[in-house]
Write a protein that binds this ligand. Structure first.
Ligand code: ATP
Ligand code: MG
Ligand code: MG
Ligand code: MG
Length: 355
């Protein structure tokens, strides 16, 4: 019998387009003899649109974007929403839901919470890990508590900043200085992030970041290599080889990630085994600090002195076959289709574990 997989893709966040690319790649890679795929497209207004079942690879992202189908309420995923759901009657017979969503309303625990209510197995991190990983302030506070080293940071809520902007800028200058990075607390793909080298840039950066979030984090800017590691598993997660990002410009911004293709990904990264051990140990500690499951991509800075600082974990990292996370696993011996299948297994394992 085929495994019935429901793909959720698109979404309301600024990372909508990225999700479409990923969905296309996942549909293309899946073994259609083993999997039946029900696609649900979430448009930029947040409407859920259920398309025809997909039984073979698709040609273009456009086909996904304009997928015509019936508009559904999210809880239509399950036929058993109102009663106590039992395993057998859950969710239109879906075996697993795969939320291929990045950013708020997808990677942040909201969709995961709904799937918990519906008692459906789903790929990736649960409510807590997703929510904690989406908010860079909460994530960094948890890392600090776990004793992980990171850059210095401060943060502001929009209303605090509005009531005394001067005080906010002074705090940044006093505690961090320049260069610093201003980021929306809840986002990804570098959307809304600016590097600042003076007060003028700082003011502009705050305004920009507050377009995307009511909370903004500012970090000390560091000159360091950027190294990433993939983590896969549930209670006993494993690490991939490490990969290095070498952006051609100032930093790894949205354009460098998705548009100009200029950034070099070096896999495996040329690092000593000592640094690799520090990175992989820290990645596992970070995974556990947020109580993650399924997968994360842990992003690090490694300074010239060989100091390892964790930057963040991404609970639903970029997932096209050319994205860092799948490439890291490919170099660790897990090809893209096998990686997807492993994630589906992990979802089922975690679901059983919870019962
Ligand atoms: P994604 O989720 O796609 O990895 P993101 O939006 O969560 O990205 P970050 O990874 O925090 O953003 O930052 C994006 C990029 O900005 C980093 O890859 C790095 O190039 C640069 N950067 C971020 N913070 C710092 C910092 N404190 N010092 C130096 N460079 C930084
Ligand atoms: Mg991120
Ligand atoms: Mg991200
Ligand atoms: Mg990152």
């Amino acid at each position: 019998m085929k495994t019935k997989l429901c793909l959720l893709y698109g979404g309301k966040s600024a990372e909508h387009q990225v999700s479409l690319q990923t969905a296309k790649a996942v549909i293309q890679a899946l073994d259609h003899e083993k999997f039946e795929i029900d696609p649900i497209y979430i448009n930029t207004e947040g409407m859920w649109i259920k398309g025809e079942a997909i039984t073979g690879p698709i040609e273009s992202v456009k086909a996904l974007e304009f997928s015509t189908g019936e508009m559904i309420a999210p809880n239509a995923l399950s036929t058993s929403f109102v009663s106590t759901p039992s395993e057998s009657e859950a969710g239109n017979g879906y075996d697993v839901i795969f939320p291929l969503l990045h950013g708020p309303n997808g990677e942040d625990g909201t969709v995961q919470g709904m799937l918990e209510l519906l008692n459906l197995p789903y790929v990736g991190n649960g409510v807590l890990a997703s929510a904690a990983g989406m908010d860079k302030v909460i994530m960094k506070n948890l890392f600090a508590q776990a004793g992980l080293e990171q850059v210095k940071y401060v943060w502001f809520i929009r209303s605090n900043w509005e009531s005394n902007r001067e005080a906010a800028y002074e705090k940044v200058e006093k505690e961090l200085g320049y260069p610093c990075f201003v980021k929306p607390a809840n986002l990804g793909s570098s959307v809304g992030i600016s590097k600042c080298t003076n007060r003028n840039e700082l003011e502009t950066a705050f305004i920009e970041a507050f377009q995307f979030d009511r909370k903004v984090i500012i970090e000390e800017g560091i000159t360091a290599r950027e190294i990433e590691i993939g983590v896969l598993g549930n209670d006993d997660p494993e690490c991939s080889v490490a990969g290095e990002i070498v952006p051609k410009k100032d930093f790894y911004d949205y354009k460098a990630k998705y548009e100009d293709g200029e950034t070099a990904l070096i896999i495996p990264a040329e690092i000593s085994s000592d640094i690799y051990h520090q990175l992989s140990n820290t990645a596992i500690q970070a995974f556990k600090a947020l109580d993650c499951s399924g997968l994360v991509r842990a992003d690090f800075f490694v300074t010239n002195e060989g100091k390892v600082l964790i930057n963040e974990v991404n609970t639903m990292p970029g997932f096209t076959p050319f994205s860092m996370f799948p490439l890291l696993w490919k170099h660790s011996g897990v090809e893209y289709p096998a990686l997807i299948e492993r994630l589906v297994e992990l979802a089922q394992e975690r679901h059983k574990d919870k019962q």
